[in-house]
Ligand binder design. Structure first.
Ligand code: PGA
Length: 227
């Protein structure tokens, strides 16, 4: 795994945006696997700046996400769809249909999991071009929290506050051609250290990234403080 450490969150975010922009320039119809949450907000703001400066186009890109909330209409507040519209898509001229997510309103949620899995399997080459990840303080990746077993496929998962999501398994994450993990803040420092130093285990899900040959980890100095 390649590690890059930046003094500040802003610098880390700019570097992560630069990484993503480079992917898009090399492959304009890039299949980008995104992550929601607090960590990537700065990266999305930097991507919007590049778009507004005329240095980046998302015209042919396809966006995916690690998960979508169940029981909320598409685009309603609280959905990942609304998050991406707010933080990236509306400001970067990305049409709604370019974001591919499960339908959290499908009464057959197990069927919807299988459907999203099939969508991911049907990607060109059977994989995302890049998957961007945050990391949880418990070293979760996506919604794959420490557990005796983790599913490879899309499945129903619960967030920390008990909300239900349709979420990617570790299979689609590890299949992505490239992985970028970003983390900032002292509350992530132990998880980041564990990712590199603990035994490979589903008890520390981020250690599974060591199975992947092309992972870039971008950290601010606080998140890197226990390395
Ligand atoms: P956060 O979430 O960016 O909101 O800290 C990280 C994660 O759960 O992957």
């Amino acid at each position: 795994m390649k590690i890059e450490i930046y003094d500040t969150y802003e610098q880390m975010s700019a570097a992560a945006a630069g990484y993503t922009a480079q992917m898009l320039r090399e492959k304009p119809d890039c299949r980008l696997g995104l992550t929601a949450g607090k960590t990537p907000v700065g990266m999305f703001a930097e991507l919007v700046k590049l778009y507004r400066a005329g240095e980046l186009s998302f015209k042919d890109a396809w966006l995916y996400n690690l998960e979508e909330a169940c029981g909320l209409p598409a685009g309603a507040p609280g959905t990942c769809r609304s998050y991406f519209h707010e933080h990236l898509m509306d400001a970067a001229g990305i049409a709604d249909e370019r974001l591919v997510l499960p339908d959290g309103m499908n009464p057959d949620l197990a069927g919807e999991c299988a459907k999203y899995e099939a969508v991911l399997c049907a990607l060109p080459g059977g994989r995302l071009d890049v998957q961007i990840l945050g990391i949880g303080a418990d070293a979760h990746i996506g919604m794959n929290r420490p557990a005796p077993e983790l599913s490879l496929d899309v499945s129903l998962k619960l967030s920390g506050d008990g909300a239900q999501y349709i979420a990617m398994g570790v299979g689609s994450i590890l299949l992505a051609r490239h992985i970028l993990l970003i983390a900032n803040g002292a509350d992530k420092a132990q998880a980041v250290a564990d990712m590199f130093s603990r035994e490979l285990s589903t008890a520390v899900p981020a250690t599974l990234l060591r199975l992947h040959p092309d992972v870039t980890v971008m950290l601010d100095s606080a998140a890197a403080s226990r390395l």
